[in-house]
Structures are given as structure tokens and as C-alpha cells.
Design a protein around this ligand. Structure first.
Ligand code: AMP
Ligand code: GLY
Length: 428
């Protein structure tokens, strides 16, 4: 008897996960709650929202789910893993306590400090006046962050003291991010190159994936405000095998051991946002889920069946496992709605999806779409993640943009330079 799997979420990351999970010969049936029109090609979509814990738990019990895979951070922070585990359902995803690694930057930074793991110097504040005094003392550049979840938009890099005061105002006085900004982290600015290293974690052991890099800023040249991510690619040239080994030994393993020792063992995928400056390696942030859009290129490169890893994380049995990667590169271009990461319109009809699907070695992952009157329309800020494989990053980039050029809607925006650093390195 094959497995019954429930995937929770409905964005681009979950489309990539659904596509990959559905390829597993171990899976008999895949449901996705709530899913999206792209996911509907690989899974049966169930109209239950990702944060409806009671309904999700009831559904999982009723269908006798063999494995629940939780995509986004929201339900993890609310404790969906714990609820499902209480009912005996194996879960890929950390407990509510372990999910604080992403849900509370104050928790994360304090944990790193307790275990002497390299990160930016920091202080946490609940009082704006104290935060202001601290930034005056530290000077610029400096980084002001909401401690709570803010959809990738709660970290404000300030190049002047004036900007730092404005950031404190926006978060703590105008409360632009609501209660996510009750507490803030103010930390030193780190220079260097950022890279994402994701790892399967089974409570004790760590199995790193291939490296990836994303582009968080909205505009070409990495300019403008941060978004959830406008594009990503794998491999990341700066994550050499030696650097991956160091990141595991110096950062990820000590974190996983620290979590276990303190009573909240980590199970699931752990996303380490690293800053590399020559020999200096530090952790900028942890996410408790696959990166979106890093997940899309990573899963296109993963040749191994994903199910055994998801199960091993759930059951504590990662020992001895390795992953088979496609040696080619993969690159994802996010097509977004005009106005994102601010306000944006919804409901524009998307043209050209069929023609884009004809480009070889390319997948158009749906992030924010909806089926309406026989058409696919926009329904989110990040709408599609067009992802292609190529012999190198430049070839993957060319192919991805070829598919992007076939897609259109009124008010589309996307970056034209995803992967530029890796492409420049490849050429030199
Ligand atoms: P975070 O939400 O903490 O990942 O921050 C989002 C982005 O802000 C990061 O990917 C970096 O580009 C930038 N950032 C955050 N913290 C720092 C820092 N201490 N130094 C430099 N850049 C940072
Ligand atoms: N792409 C960055 C993130 O998923 O947080």
C-alpha cells in the first residue's frame, strides 16, 4: 500500500513540493490544503486554509494520513506539527517550540549567543526610546528588525541614523507590522555575500542540500525594499564544499545540538541564511521551512526521491543518507504583481502559460494564482516562479527568461537580472 500524504500550503514552494512528492513511487495519494491551480495538476486540493489547525487535524485523522508536510512558517509557528503528532501522524516540520527559531528573532539570537555561534552583534528592545539610544551609540549602518514574522519584509537595513530612527518609528510607533514589532532586534551591519544553505534535520543529524542564493530586493541590481524573494538559483558559487562543511560544523550542527539540549529538538528543513565575507562566516537568519523561491530550483535539481528524506526527518532516521543532485544549475525568476511588496491589484488574467510550458527543462510554478471563469488570474504579490535547468547558471537563466517572455498580464513586474553575480563568475 502506497502512502497518503498531506501537503499544507498554497504558494510557489508548495507547488514545487507537490510536483516533487507526486513523482515518488512511494506515494499513493497526495492532498494539498489549500493548494492552488498549479498544484492541482499534482495533488487533490482541499479547501482548508493552511492556518486552520482544527480542520487540518480532523482531515489528517479522517484520511489516515501517513505523512504531513508543512510548507509555510505560519502553521508551524501556530503549532500544527504538535497537533498532528499528538494524533500519531508523522510530520515533516518543526514543533511550535522549535519554530521559534524563525518566529522570534530574539529567541534565535539569544540561542546563538548561548551556544557561541557566529552572528551579527545585537540587542533586543521593547521600548523605542531605549532602541533609539542604542542606535545613537552604535552609529550607522545598522539593521533594525521585527522580532516576529513579517513575510520577509521586517528587516530594515539602515545606512544612516535617520533611517534607523525612521525604522524604529515604523515598527514600534506606527506598528506597520502589528505585534510582530512588539519586540525588535537591532544588529550590526554585516558585509559580504549572502547564501542560503538548507538542511534536512532529524532532531540530531544534519544533511545539507545543495547551495542556493536568492534575490530579496524588488528591483534590478538588488535595489529597493526587501520582498519574500524575487528569484533564486542553485548551485551558489560561494558555497564551495569546504564552505558547506564549515557552515554545518560551525553553525547548523551546534544550533541543532543546542536546540535538542534545551528541550526542543528540531525536525524538518532548516534554512540557514549565511553571510560570507572572505573567511568570515556568520548566520544572518534561520527559517524553519524551505525558502520560497529557493525551493523551486533546489527541487528541480534533486534527483533522489524526496519522500525518504521527509520521512527520515519525521522519524529521526537520517543517518547514512545522501542526496543525488543533477549537476546542472537551476534558476527561478519570480513574476510578481505591480506594486508588490506594497499594495497590488489582483484578478488580472494571465496569458501564455501553455506556451511557456513548452520550453524544455522548465517548470512554471504557481505562487499566487486562482482559477476564475475558465482562466488563471493573479491572486497574490508573487504570482509565478518560472524555473529552468541549464548546463550552467547562465544557460538556466537564458531558458527561464525565454519562458518568462511567453507569459504576460496587465501589471506584471519581474527582475531581469536574476543570477547576475553567478553568471559574472561563470564568465570570468
Ligand atoms: P532577515 O529577515 O533577517 O533575513 O533579513 C532580510 C535581509 O536583510 C537579509 O537577507 C539581508 O540582505 C539583510 N540583512 C539582515 N540582517 C543584516 C545584517 N546584520 N547585515 C547586513 N544585512 C542584513
Ligand atoms: N527566499 C527567502 C525566504 O524564503 O525567506
Amino acid at each position: 500500500m502506497g502512502m497518503k500524504v498531506l501537503l499544507v500550503g498554497g504558494g510557489g514552494r508548495e507547488h514545487a513540493l507537490a510536483w516533487k512528492i507526486a513523482q515518488s513511487p512511494l506515494v499513493e495519494q497526495l492532498w494539498c490544503a489549500p493548494g492552488n491551480p498549479g498544484i492541482a495538476h499534482h495533488a487533490e486540493c482541499v479547501p482548508i486554509q493552511a492556518e486552520a489547525l482544527d480542520e487540518l487535524t480532523a482531515f489528517a485523522v479522517e484520511q489516515a494520513i501517513d505523512l504531513a508536510v508543512i510548507g509555510p512558517e505560519g502553521p508551524l509557528a501556530l503549532g500544527l506539527s504538535d497537533r498532528l503528532r499528538e494524533r500519531g501522524i508523522p510530520v515533516f516540520g518543526p514543533s511550535m517550540a522549535a519554530a521559534q527559531l524563525e518566529g522570534s528573532k530574539a529567541f534565535m539570537k539569544d540561542l546563538l549567543a548561548r551556544h557561541a555561534i557566529a552572528t551579527a552583534a545585537y540587542r533586543t528592545f521593547r521600548d523605542p526610546a531605549e532602541a533609539r539610544a542604542y542606535v545613537e551609540e552604535q552609529g550607522a549602518p545598522i539593521v533594525v528588525k521585527t522580532s516576529g514574522l513579517a513575510a520577509g519584509k521586517g528587516a530594515i537595513v539602515c545606512s544612516t541614523l535617520e533611517e534607523a530612527h525612521e525604522a524604529i518609528d515604523r515598527i514600534m510607533v506606527a506598528r506597520e507590522f502589528g505585534s510582530a514589532g512588539d519586540e525588535i532586534v537591532v544588529e550590526g551591519f554585516l558585509k559580504g555575500e549572502e547564501a542560503s544553505l538548507l538542511a534536512f534535520v532529524d532532531g540530531e543529524r544534519v544533511l545539507p542540500l545543495a547551495g542556493a542564493q536568492d534575490h530579496k530586493a524588488i528591483f534590478d541590481g538588488d535595489l529597493g525594499p526587501n520582498t519574500g524573494g524575487m528569484g533564486a538559483y542553485s548551485p551558489a558559487p560561494c558555497l564551495t564544499p569546504a564552505m558547506v562543511e564549515r557552515a554545518v560544523a560551525e553553525i547548523i550542527l551546534p544550533t541543532v545540538r543546542g536546540m535538542a539540549a534545551e528541550g526542543y529538538p528540531y525536525r524538518g528543513i532548516l534554512y540557514a541564511g549565511l553571510m560570507i565575507d572572505g573567511d568570515d562566516l556568520r548566520i544572518l537568519e534561520y527559517n524553519v521551512r524551505f525558502g520560497d523561491p529557493e525551493c523551486q530550483p533546489l527541487l528541480m535539481r534533486m534527483r533522489s526521491d524526496i519522500i525518504p528524506y521527509l520521512l527520515a526527518c519525521a522519524n529521526g532516521s537520517l543517518a547514512g543518507m545522501t542526496i543525488d543532485w543533477d549537476p546542472r544549475a537551476a534558476l527561478c525568476v519570480v513574476m510578481a504583481a505591480q506594486g508588490y511588496p506594497g499594495n497590488y491589484p489582483k484578478g488580472a488574467a494571465i496569458e501564455g502559460l501553455d506556451r511557456a510550458a513548452e520550453v524544455a527543462d522548465t517548470m512554471v510554478f504557481h505562487a499566487g494564482t486562482r482559477a476564475h471563469a475558465g482562466a488563471i488570474v493573479t491572486a497574490g504579490g508573487r504570482v509565478l516562479g518560472v524555473t529552468a535547468l541549464g548546463l550552467g547558471v547562465a544557460a538556466a537563466q537564458e531558458r527561464a527568461y525565454e519562458a518568462v517572455a511567453r507569459i504576460d498580464w496587465s501589471g506584471v513586474q519581474y527582475r531581469r537580472d536574476i543570477g547576475y553575480r553567478a553568471v559574472a563568475r561563470e564568465r570570468s
